[in-house]
Design a protein around this ligand. Structure first.
Ligand code: SF4
Length: 306
């Protein structure tokens, strides 16, 4: 399956995920990645999944009465690596008037073709976690061909061309990019890109690629947001509507867990089902060996077990 969810998103409410990659492909290897390490970094764009396959699944979702706040192209890695990204956005727009978001690490915004393909999205959500080359290498561990300065140039070019909304995310990791100085460096750059509507400060809340990638406390996140100014906000808890699942509960949960770890409470908040129903479904998935339970930051996370 190439669509998943809808899943509760702290930034979008209910988000129906579209995965144009099918398995992890990325040009970065972020220490906090909830998909685990990127074993083979790639910066080459290619066709991973035919557009028709994805569109067929999406049509079925809407025909069966599926409800979502956003359709979000994200999934198993960096979606701009998909050569059919532009075509996919055009085709999705033909079948739904739900706003379409694209989550990206921003690296390929250096490519004019990628910028062009993103023009029809309603929201583009690039991440930029570091504003000095040394921190970029430490936190994001990029493919050797990628230079932080070029990524910022790409972001600047995109912001000057794009007419939709840009919500930039800074993922903050304890001891790595959470100093006042880190945020002053970010502010220096971001103040020169006024078309970014929001700067969203986030931290590690799920399992991550490296054990040492620890979350930053809420109060500190607020202090960092204050340094960045009025466009900055700290990403809070999910506050969306409820998911209306289209198929079996367990299938819907499994597809969501293939893309990111979730807690039982995440499902409860999102699916409009009773706690006991969620727990039973998760129990079956764990027993069947499809899903494993991990404890992180005081919470139990369920993770797809490959
Ligand atoms: S967090 Fe995103 S950009 Fe970073 S390695 Fe994971 S998929 Fe790639």
């Amino acid at each position: 399956m190439y669509i998943f969810g809808p899943v509760p998103s702290r930034r979008l409410g209910l988000s129906l995920g579209v995965d144009p990659l099918a398995s992890k492909s990325c040009n970065l290897n972020c220490v906090y990645c909830e998909l685990g390490r990127s074993f083979k970094l790639t910066s080459e764009r290619k066709l991973f999944v035919e557009t028709d396959f994805i569109i067929t699944e999406l049509k079925q979702f809407f025909e069966k009465g599926g409800i979502t706040d956003y359709v979000t192209i994200s999934g198993s890695g960096e979606p701009t690596l998909a050569l059919n990204l532009g075509e996919l956005i055009t085709e999705i727009k033909k079948i739904t008037d739900k706003p379409l978001a694209v989550i990206t690490n921003g690296v390929l915004l250096t490519d004019p073709q990628v910028r062009l393909e993103l023009m029809n999205a309603d929201v583009v959500m690039p991440s930029m976690d570091a504003f000095t080359p040394a921190t970029y290498i430490k936190v994001n561990r990029p493919h050797g061909s990628i230079k932080m300065e070029k990524v910022i140039e790409g972001l600047r070019a995109f912001a000057s061309e794009y007419k939709g909304r840009i919500w930039l995310e800074i993922m903050v990791v304890s001891g790595m990019n959470d100093s006042d100085n880190d945020m002053f460096e970010a502010k220096k750059v971001l103040d020169t890109i006024p078309n970014i509507e929001k700067i969203q400060i986030n931290t590690v809340v799920r399992s991550r690629a490296e054990e040492y990638a620890d979350p930053v406390k809420d109060l500190r996140l607020r202090e960092l947001a204050m340094i960045l100014g009025p466009r900055a906000e700290v990403i809070g808890k999910f506050t969306g509507s409820t998911i209306h699942t289209i198929d079996g509960i367990e299938d819907a949960m499994l597809e969501a867990l293939k893309r990111r770890p979730m807690t039982a409470k995440d499902f409860e908040d999102a699916m409009g089902l009773k706690k006991i129903e969620i727990e039973m479904a998760l129990g079956k998935l764990v027993q069947g060996g499809f899903v494993e339970k991990n404890h992180f930051s005081g919470m139990d996370f369920f993770k797809y077990s490959k």
